[in-house]
Structure formats: C-alpha cells, structure tokens
Design a protein around this ligand. Structure first.
Ligand SMILES: [Zn+2]
Length: 86
C-alpha cells in the first residue's frame, strides 16, 4: 500500500505522512494528534523552522479553515520531545 502524502503547513512540501507529525484542533487550540483520530488535521515537520513558519504564514488557519490559537513554545516542546514521534 502506498504511503499517503501530506503537505507540511510550514514549508508546503509534500511528503509521506510518516515523516510528518499530525496536529489537530482541541477547542480553538492546536495540539499534537498522537492517536491520529479522524477529522481535520494539519501536518508539520516536527523539527526545524516549520512550526514558526506555519504560525507566521497562517498555515494552521488554512489547514483548519478557521481562526486558531497556537501556543508556539508549548507546541514546540511537544514536537521536539518524544511526544511528537509515533
Ligand atoms: Zn515543513
């Protein structure tokens, strides 16, 4: 089975979903979706500048099609810790 491709909301690169981290909305906040529940998700590189870029370029707003609040430092901690890895 082919690995589905997903677009990183930070850099816009299309990559296999396994190399990106899935995020979802919890209320109006963006959280790491470890369980990969259904629904609308946003995909992001866990490392590098993509989180900041996504925030600046409103990548999350585009992905979720609504205004969202992003706790950038809290999210980065979860992404760079083992929480972001499956
Ligand atoms: Zn990226």
């Amino acid at each position: 089975m082919a690995t589905p491709e997903r677009m990183c909301v930070g850099c816009g690169e299309k990559l296999p979903a396994t190399t990106l981290v899935r995020l979802r909305l919890e209320g109006a906040g963006v959280v790491v979706d470890r369980e990969r529940r259904g629904g609308r998700g946003a995909w992001l590189h866990a490392a590098g500048p993509c989180l900041s870029r996504a925030v600046k370029r409103k990548g999350f707003e585009r992905a979720f099609r609504k205004a969202v609040s992003v706790d950038e430092s809290g999210l980065r901690e979860k992404l760079t810790g083992n929480g972001g890895r499956v």
